[in-house]
Every structure is written in C-alpha cells, then in structure tokens.
Design a protein around this ligand. Structure first.
Ligand code: HAM
Length: 447
C-alpha cells in the first residue's frame, strides 16, 4: 500500500504501460479496419445534455434509469449534463449540428473513447470503459448493416481472436413491431404472476425486453413466446434476408437468435451481438449494434436511416489476454545511455539525441554506480546499452553493448544510428534455433 490511502474511484481502472501495448494493438486494428471500409474518425465531447441521452437511449433502459452520471459544476449546480454512457446519441447530434447531413451520404464515422455507466463493478464491467464505435448515416440499405457486422468481426479476427460468436436478429420496425408486441403481451399476461418483479413491470412498459431477461424464473416462458422473426412485415423480412445473404457471401458465420433484443431502445430491424466465453459470465458481450432508423427523429432531427455498432475495448483486451494473444510488455526504449562518471549529462544527452535518429533512447542520469545502472537497464529490458566514461566522452565514442549476448564494441557517436539500424540492430534477429545471432565482435563489458 502506498503511503497515502487515496485510491481511484470504484469501478475504474488504470491502464499501465505494460498493458498499453495490447491497447495499442486493439486501437490500431480498429482504426485500420474502419479506414479500410471508408470510415472517418470523429470525436465528440464526453459531456452531453441529459436530454440527448434520455431521448436517444430511451427512458426505460437500465442505462437511463440507473446508470447515468450527472455532471454539474459548483458554479452551475443545476446544469443538466451527463457523462456519455455510449457514443451513438452524441454522434447523431454531431452529424446534424455540424451539417454532415448536407454532405455526401452515407456518412461513415467512427470514434474511440471513454464511456461511463454506474453499474456494479465486476471483471469486464467498469464504470468508465472504452468503446470502438462505428456509425453509418443516411442509407437504409441492409447492405450497410452487413458491412458494420463484417467490420466488427473482421477487426476481432485481425486481432487473432477465435471462438467468438455472432448472434443476429431482426426486431422489425414501426410497421410490424406494434402488432408483434401485442402478441407478446397477450402471451405473457396470463403468466404475469410467475415473472419476477422487473419483468412484470417490463410487460407493460417495454415488453420487448422480456426476451432479454436473464432471471431463472422467467426462462421457462421464453421458448413458447411468439418470435418476432415470424411476424416481420415484407420490407423488414426482405431486409433481414438481404443481411443474411451478404454475410453468407462474405463467409461471416452467425447464429440466428430470435430472442436477441438490445439493452438500448433505439433499434429497428437488424440487431446483433458478438460474445466471447473467454470474457465470461454476464459480461461476455464484446460488442453489439444494429440499425436505428428512428433515432434521428426521436431526437428532433430530420428522418435519417442509420446503422452501427460499438465494442468494449476492456473486454477485447481481456479476451486477448485470456487467449494468450496479448503482446509482451515492450522495453521502454531500445537503447539506454549509461554515463559512467561525474559531469557527463550534457554528453549523454547528446549521444541520446544522435541515437534517436534510428531508435528510442533513454538516459540514466542518476548518480548510482555503473554496476547499478547495468542492473537497472537489465531489469527494464533494454536490448542495448551505450556506456561512456569521461575519456570516451572526450573522444566522442561509447561502448555499445548488446545485453542478451554480452557482445560489446566501441562505436563513434556519429555512427550510432547506423550501428543500431544494421542487421543484429536493436531488435536482435534470431537464428533458426531461436538464439541471438552474433552481430558484433566480442569485447569485454566494464560493468
Ligand atoms: P452496448 O451494447 O450498450 O451498445 O455497448 C457496447 C459494448 O460496450 C458492450 O458489448 C460491451 O463490450 C461494452 N460495455 C458496455 N457497458 C460496459 C461496462 N460497464 N464495462 C465494460 N464494457 C462495457 C452501445 O453502446 C451502442 N451505442 C452500440 C451501437 C452503436 N449501436 C449502434 N451504434
């Protein structure tokens, strides 16, 4: 325990340097995939008006009922701002507010950033988490639904993840869903007393969410419930068939799940979720999304079809770690400059500046002994060190030592970028047996 007992807020986490390599991999692949499909990056603020989230996500969702973080400043205690619980509503707002709707359509956008939901924290569920979010506006083509699904799956596959499952459903639209909801209510009403309290409430307020219930006592009734996919209008039925045709043609595997409904209220037609058992338990959903043609009008904007998805980066990182696909923690730099003696800071900084022409370089400015500096460099995992005493500094040379092999030779400062770039350079090449190929004449280390 550090000397102070000050700790982070509950349910949030620090991403430390050792884990950042995995995050960079995940974020880098997200950006690559998004750009490969013609999506452009957008950044929207973390604080948004409460009304946007209430009207966007839906007043009867868990997110709005229980999980919203309200934000106010001391100067404006009554301001109705929130920390965004998801990105979609904010991206819709930004699309209209900045007149992207007047540009060429569809507009394909993506964003990466933190979201906030006040829920009970557990592995894979945090109060601050990060999403990769993708939205396509201005086209009702079912092909775009298939496109965002292909992106989501392609991204996870590019990361090397296996064993994730894509589930797919259609929840109809305003033309066919109201009649289906009546059928659903008629089925559940005689069974109302046997449902848990939350589902009894849902039955009247938001009956579609009955299908999403995980409570054991509600499960026996699901199998007999009418299925939305048996009650789609011709237009929704055709759109759903088109999504499946495109996914089949793209070789994307999916499971049809007629009970899949999403936790946010804005969806129509296609909905999907990608889960991975390595993430485990109730938090196995890596990401999800679908079409939300009604959201723009619900927010008071012109009617605009749209589709998208979001994935939780913490969960994708967790899945990579559990599948042993996370890269090893990298060393802070490829080269450590170790001045051996007093008054060498200027020279050491200069050596580092020169070597940064080809590699990442850190300098040990401490006053400890060379032996201690070598030990610290070894612990930090620098593949190379450049040792320099005052006599060497005056001749503008260093002893360049390869840590794994112990090989060492004298190199002029000006030759360092080249020496570190040449074969056997900072990322030592490996021979067939996995050993480091000797790249330099052997020499004695002083330390
Ligand atoms: P969502 O299903 O609420 O959808 O969230 C998407 C993903 O964010 C989840 O699958 C999960 O991986 C991650 N996530 C959600 N809550 C947490 C949490 N408390 N801790 C860690 N990860 C979490 C949306 O947010 C929609 N906006 C997706 C969308 C975009 N639909 C259309 N466009």
């Amino acid at each position: 325990m550090p000397p102070s007992s000050l700790q982070s807020a509950r349910g949030v986490r620090d991403v430390l340097p050792a884990e950042r390599a995995t995050w960079e991999l995940v974020e880098g692949a997200a950006r690559r995939v998004a750009r490969a499909f013609g999506y452009q990056e957008i950044e929207t603020p973390i604080i948004e008006p409460l009304e946007l989230v209430e009207r966007g996500v839906g007043g009867d969702t868990d997110v709005v009922r229980k999980e919203i973080y309200l934000v106010h400043s001391r100067a404006e205690p009554d301001s109705r701002l929130v920390l965004r619980p998801e990105a979609t509503a904010g991206v819709v707002r930004a699309y209209f507010q900045n007149r992207l709707d007047a540009g060429p359509q569809p507009q394909r956008l993506y964003t990466l950033g933190p979201m906030f939901r006040h829920d009970r924290p557990q592995a894979g569920r945090y109060r601050q988490f990060h999403q990769f979010d993708v939205e396509a506006f201005g086209s009702g083509a079912a092909a775009l639904d298939a496109e965002v699904i292909e992106m989501a799956v392609g991204w996870l596959a590019e990361l090397g993840l296996t064993g994730f499952v894509l589930e797919l459903n259609s929840i109809g639209d305003d033309a066919c869903r109201p009649a289906y909801l009546e059928l659903l209510k008629a089925y559940y009403r005689p069974r109302k007393e046997q449902l848990d309290a939350e589902c009894q409430r849902r039955l009247e307020v938001n009956p579609l969410r009955l299908l999403d219930c995980k409570a054991p006592r509600c499960q026996p009734f699901k199998a007999g419930a009418p299925r939305i996919t048996d009650h789609l209008c011709p237009a929704c039925g055709e759109a759903f068939a088109e999504v499946r045709r495109l996914l089949d043609a793209a070789g994307v595997e999916y499971r049809l799940n007629p009970y899949l409904v999403r936790g946010l209220d804005y969806y129509s037609r296609t909905v999907f979720e990608v889960s991975h058992e390595a993430v485990g338990g109730a938090q196995s959903s890596l990401g999800g999304g679908g079409r939300y043609d009604g959201l723009a009008t619900a927010l008071g904007y012109p009617n605009t079809p749209a589709t998208g998805f979001a994935a939780g980066l913490e969960r994708v990182v967790l899945a990579l770690e559990r599948q042993r696909l996370a890269p090893p923690a990298p060393s802070p730099a490829e080269l450590a400059v170790l001045p051996d003696g007093e008054g060498l800071a200027v020279a050491a900084a200069r050596v580092a500046r020169i070597a940064r022409g080809s590699v990442r370089v850190a300098v040990d400015y401490s006053g400890r002994s060379l032996r201690a500096k070598m030990r610290a460099a070894h612990r930090a995992g620098y593949p190379w060190v450049a040792i320099m005493d005052p006599a060497e500094a005056s001749r503008e040379v260093v002893q360049l030592r390869h840590m794994a092999s112990g090989e060492q030779r004298e190199v002029a400062w000006r030759d360092l970028p080249l020496a570190l770039r040449t074969p056997g350079g900072p990322t030592p090449s490996r021979d067939a047996s996995g050993g480091v190929r000797p790249a330099m004449p052997t020499g004695e280390a002083r330390a």
